[in-house]
Design a protein around this ligand. Structure first.
Ligand code: MTE
Length: 331
């Protein structure tokens, strides 16, 4: 059964029909520990406490459940970042440059009605009302690491489906080599649009094969609920092997092109932010190292920085996309 929520006009399943996807993951972890015989009752109860903590929905927004994803590498077993951190420590420059600004200011973003236009080098250009885009494919939950270029990281359970599902529907032409993502730039509701920090609208891009990779997620929700505005409602990109800024929020246009599209951060500072922006501990940002990261929620005097992994830990899945490329040149 479908009900209409007051907040945004999305249609959702009844809360009673929600599949708590995180439960599967944590149950599997318990079973694996028990099966290896190393875990005693203490570990089992720790894991079930973890499972309870991780599956409780924040209860703030409309539910958006997702079935556990079968895509290889789509669900890290690492501890999830707390919802309160993931939704209050944000980059969304249309609403301010301080990490706390988006959560304070993004309530003005109007996410309904919302249309996403798909155009450019495709056989079947289309305009999707957000409700239809949401229902284009089954929603999956994927627990991705996200590594920001600024040196911090989070682990977030996103809800959405592979962007490839949408791309297949619109049938790219042979000449399409890249996909450009353009986001909302509305000076009436976004106080910092028009400021000179970036060019607006915020733009991002992927090579077509990157966009088609099953890990590339078109995301509508997180933690079992629709996205909070500050995290990019009603629809955003999540590309887990790239630095966080590739993950365009509040997308209104997806365009297929032959030429590599301009991207907001590359236009702002080309020597600091390349088109590829793959997480790469061996290529420093000109002003700081990318070798380690601070996991949000692990702050404390004794907490150590973690070593950053090549392609953010997704090398087995995506490494072949860059075979033969000089990743120092194509940063
Ligand atoms: N999308 C838009 N439209 N505007 C932005 O300023 N910031 C990017 C990206 N997407 C940004 C954006 C950056 S720098 C990061 S690190 C991620 O969003 C942050 O996503 P999060 O706040 O959900 O963690």
């Amino acid at each position: 059964m479908l009900i209409k929520t007051q907040r945004d006009g999305f249609h959702h399943d009844r809360p009673s029909e929600i599949t708590p996807a995180g439960v599967y993951l944590q149950r599997r972890a318990v079973m694996q520990h028990l099966a290896t015989g190393v875990a005693g009752a203490a570990l089992a109860s720790w894991a079930s406490r973890q499972a309870r903590a991780q599956t409780a929905r924040p209860g703030k927004l409309a539910p958006l459940p997702g079935a556990r994803s079968a895509v290889a590498g789509a669900s890290t077993m690492e501890k999830w970042t707390e919802y309160k951190d993931a939704s209050t420590y944000n980059n969304y420059y249309e609403f301010g440059t301080d990490k706390a600004d988006p959560a304070k200011n993004a309530h003005t973003l109007k996410t309904s009605p919302w249309t996403v236009e798909v155009e450019g080098l495709v056989k079947k250009p289309a305009k999707y009302a957000i409700e239809n885009l949401l229902k284009l494919s089954a929603q999956e939950e994927r627990v991705y690491r996200m590594r920001c270029v600024e040196g911090w990281s989070m682990v977030i359970p996103w809800v959405g489906y592979s962007l490839a599902e949408l791309i297949r529907k619109v049938e790219p032409l042979g000449s399409a080599k890249y996909v450009e993502f353009l986001t909302l730039a509305d000076p009436k509701t976004m106080p910092f649009v028009g400021s000179r920090i970036l060019e607006w609208p915020y733009a991002e891009g992927l090579r077509l094969d990157e966009a088609m990779h099953p890990l590339t997620l078109l995301s509508f929700g997180m933690y079992g609920e629709v996205l909070p505005n500050q995290n990019g409602a009603p629809v955003r990109l999540v590309v887990p092997w790239k630095y966080g800024f590739k993950n365009a929020k509040s997308i209104v246009k997806i365009r297929f092109t032959e030429k590599q599209p301009a991207t907001a951060w590359n236009v702002a500072a080309a020597n600091e932010y390349g088109f590829y922006s793959n997480v790469n501990p061996n290529v420093d940002h000109p002003r700081w190292s990318q070798a380690t990261e601070r996991r949000i929620g692990e702050d404390g005097l004794l907490s150590k920085r973690r070593k950053t992994l090549m392609f953010n830990g997704y090398e087995a899945q995506v490494g072949q996309l860059y075979a033969g490329m000089d990743l120092k040149k194509f940063y």
